[in-house]
Design a protein around this ligand. Structure first.
Ligand code: SAM
Length: 212
């Protein structure tokens, strides 16, 4: 019994130490932000100049709302549509679509709110529920990347931008090569606020090209 107890406290000690070390988690708590996710988007915005007041933005995979919270402060006077099947903490002026992107009903709702308008930016932090089976998880995460790219193709204005979370692995190189044909630039970035041990990176695709 004594042995089990010390093993348990050893792992919780390590967890506690990591949390304390983790400056971004600490900062998020201090500032009352929903999560470290907020800082990832802030770092991408500061580096690429993604956001301006009055922009029209679609955010996919928005729950619990860390990015949404940041976007609400940056696109004042614009249109912000956020989508996730899970609850999203959002301000009253934000259009919240509680649905799975890729399903017909969700698609229709987005189009109703767009009323024929195009977007300046499509963001996706969508991630699948991981099963632990690496090839299956990678395939499902690439499906979500494709869905985000599809949203961009349909609704971005010429010159618009796409930011999408990608897990490094099978399919990424081919996706990047293909996306380079449709955008002026595509950069793969790991924000400092993203955990070093995670395979997560973000593709920042800028200057959407209209190809007939
Ligand atoms: C890492 S979390 C997003 C965190 C969010 N950016 C934030 O700042 O709070 C990933 C989210 O993707 C959502 N998701 C996964 N597949 C989706 C889909 N097809 N449509 C919409 N959301 C999806 C999940 O429900 C989950 O809430």
């Amino acid at each position: 019994m004594g042995k089990n107890k010390s093993r348990r406290s050893g792992s919780s000690d390590r967890w506690l130490k990591r949390q304390r070390r983790d400056v971004f988690t600490r900062q998020a708590a201090e500032l009352g932000r929903l999560s470290r996710a907020h800082f990832k988007l802030q770092q991408l915005d500061e580096r690429f100049g993604l956001l301006k007041p009055r922009m029209k933005v679609l955010e996919l995979g928005a729950a619990p709302g860390g990015w949404t919270n940041y976007l609400e402060q940056r696109v004042i006077g614009g249109l912000l549509i956020v989508c996730d099947p899970r609850p999203i903490a959002a301000a009253a002026q934000t259009v919240v679509i509680e649905g799975v992107y890729g399903e017909k009903e969700t698609d229709q709702e987005i189009m109703e709110h767009l009323e024929g308008r195009t977007l300046d930016l499509v963001l996706s932090d969508m991630a699948p529920n991981m099963t632990g089976i690496r090839t299956a998880d990678q395939a499902r995460s690439m499906d979500l990347v494709e869905l985000a790219a599809d949203a961009a193709s349909r609704w971005l204005k010429p010159g618009g931008n796409l930011v999408v979370k990608i897990f490094q692995g099978e399919g990424v190189e081919a996706w990047v090569a293909n996306t380079r044909k449709r955008f002026g630039t595509v950069k793969m970035v790991k924000p400092k606020a993203s955990r070093a041990e995670s395979r997560e990176v973000y593709a920042v695709a800028q200057e959407f090209l209209v190809i007939d």
